[in-house]
Design a protein around this ligand. Structure first.
Ligand SMILES: Nc1ncnc2c1ncn2[C@@H]1O[C@H](COP(=O)(O)OP(=O)(O)OP(=O)(O)O)[C@@H](O)[C@H]1O
Length: 508
């Protein structure tokens, strides 16, 4: 690993009305290193990245790169690009139906030959060179969707960096690069990042997955409440020290609660349901039971939850809560029956962008705050206050527009909205802790366990196998829209889950 600085930022301060998002932050990234940026929800990570990208301007701050200095008060995307920064976001647009070569040419252009016609030979030569340089094993003519998820992520990285001849001339910035990847694919992407760094690329990545930070980072910078709490070589940090830098306190792992009644009377009975990618799924969930759902990407876990809730129309089968049939495709009937749903794609389904935090918190239970035509304002305020504390929501006030909250805090509000509802019988959670910081994650799981202890059934779809192993009474493994295994050994272990997820692949 080289130690030449690829970029150095200093004195970065940013205030949004009422919130000091960054306070005099410094960060130095060396060429050839993987530098992890960690911190709790709302600690300022995205704000710093957006300033580096020129999406936000800073109130103060300076960026130095080998090419010169930039005043971050006048940061722009063009200046960021000229300084060598390249950004790969989770939702980076790729085109699954187009070929690898087409995906690597869009936005950049195609090589032409005589008469300005596209020269397929020259395009192919360039694309093959890029694939080799970024260690991607793919045919330029193959549709992108035929590649595995990690290879697709590597392709978005290659696309961002392909025109930089010198690896040392740029800083690759990744936001939660592994969040959408199943466990086996995570290792492929992390190995690729290591190779890119050993070629001289400086990699800055934001992550809440601390095991990955411990595995792959050379250096770790932690932010808390907009301030840098430490920059350290990862080799000098233990997992627990890292948690303390982020949370400001040790986070005590939960002790399994034995008092919970697991699998009492049947809450959910689903029979032979199908729709979208899911076919012929039957399952039951008992009172107080927490059932996990996992599988490789595309296995159908999210679709199954949406079919159960009615957010997606089912083609066949029946769903009943406490013996009462729930109409297909009717969210309102599902809610009346006692279902609650925390979707994975919160940008599309979870958050009411134009409303305040308080309005988002109470949106699922408006009826509760009306009594003979009067809004019970005090009760609502009390509930909002309690939810803020219990879910560790970081917002300047309940009146703040939710769009101004950090991603993780928006997720906490969505969880709070659904889990605080009285009378819920079945709670459906899709990747509930994605983007949630280590301090709040334990807290969220304890709220889920409390909901189960109160008698609700819970189904949780997640790729975080440790969390499933810690919390679930049994885990269902899906593949191609069907349930293919049930893991209910006590204790459920991560190794066992990985084995079942992959043995499914071998069987086929
Ligand atoms: N456009 C905005 N207007 C007002 N406040 C904002 C805005 N963007 C961010 N903030 C506030 O700045 C603080 C830092 O937010 P930021 O998104 O940088 O956190 P983060 O560390 O990326 O969090 P997460 O891990 O949840 O993604 C938060 O308190 C957030 O509410």
């Amino acid at each position: 690993m080289s130690t030449a600085p690829a970029a150095r930022v200093s004195g970065v301060t940013k205030r949004f009305a009422g919130t000091l998002a960054l306070d005099d932050v410094e960060l130095e990234i060396a060429a050839g290193e993987i530098h992890a940026l960690v911190g709790g929800n709302g600690s300022g990570k995205s704000t710093l990245i957006k300033i580096l990208a020129g999406v936000h301007t800073a109130d103060a701050g300076r960026l130095e790169t080998p090419g010169g200095a930039t005043d971050l008060r006048s940061a722009t995307p063009a200046l960021a690009e000229a300084a060598g920064f390249r950004f790969v976001h989770q939702a980076q647009s790729t085109f699954p139906e187009l070929t690898v070569a087409e995906n690597l040419s869009i936005g950049r252009g195609w090589e032409t030959g005589p008469g300005k016609l596209i020269s397929e030979r020259r395009v192919r030569r360039r694309v093959e060179a890029v694939l080799e340089r970024f260690h991607i094993d793919a045919d330029p003519g193959a549709p992108l969707r035929t590649l595995g998820p990690a290879a697709q992520a590597m392709l978005t990285i290659a696309r961002a960096l392909q025109d930089q001849a010198d690896s040392r001339a740029h800083v690759l910035v990744l936001d939660e690069p592994t969040a959408a990847l199943p466990p086996a694919e995570v290792e492929i992407l992390l190995a690729a990042l290591r190779r890119y760094a050993s070629d001289g690329t400086a990699v800055l990545f934001v992550s809440h997955r601390l095991d990955e930070v411990m595995e792959v980072a050379d250096t770790v910078t932690a932010l808390r409440d907009g301030r840098r709490t430490a920059t350290k070589p990862r080799a000098e940090l233990t997992h627990d020290e890292l948690i303390e830098l982020i949370a400001g306190r040790p986070v005590v792992p939960h002790v399994a609660d034995t008092a919970r009644l697991r699998g009492g009377a049947t809450v959910l009975a689903a029979e032979a349901i199908g729709g979208g990618s899911v076919s012929d799924v039957s399952l039951t969930v008992g009172e107080g039971e927490i059932v996990g759902l996992t599988g490789l990407a595309g296995a159908g876990t999210s679709t199954l939850l949406r079919l159960l809730f009615g957010a997606q129309q089912r083609d066949c089968g029946t769903v009943a809560i406490d013996g009462r049939a729930v109409k297909p495709g009717s969210i309102s009937d599902a809610i009346v029956a006692g279902m609650a749903f925390v979707p994975g794609d919160r940008a599309t389904y979870g958050v009411f962008d134009s409303l305040t935090v308080a309005e988002n918190l109470t949106a699922g239970g408006v009826g509760r705050y009306w009594r003979r035509g009067w809004v019970r304002g005090r009760q609502e305020r009390r509930d909002v206050h309690a939810a803020f504390g219990r879910f560790l929501v970081r917002a300047s006030s309940p009146e703040q527009p939710i769009a101004q909250l950090s991603g993780g805090n928006q997720q906490k509000v969505v969880m709070a909205r659904w889990l605080s509802r009285p009378g819920r019988r079945l709670v459906l959670l899709d990747e509930p802790t994605q983007g949630i910081d280590v301090g709040a994650r334990e807290e969220l799981w304890s709220v889920v366990r409390r909901a189960a202890a109160d008698g609700a059934g819970v189904i949780v779809a997640s790729s975080m196998l440790e969390e499933l192993a810690d919390t679930c009474d049994r885990v269902l493994v899906m593949r191609r829209g069907r349930i293919v295994h049930e893991v209910r050994e006590s204790p459920i272990t991560v190794d066992r889950l990985i084995d079942r997820i992959h043995s499914v692949e071998v069987v086929s």
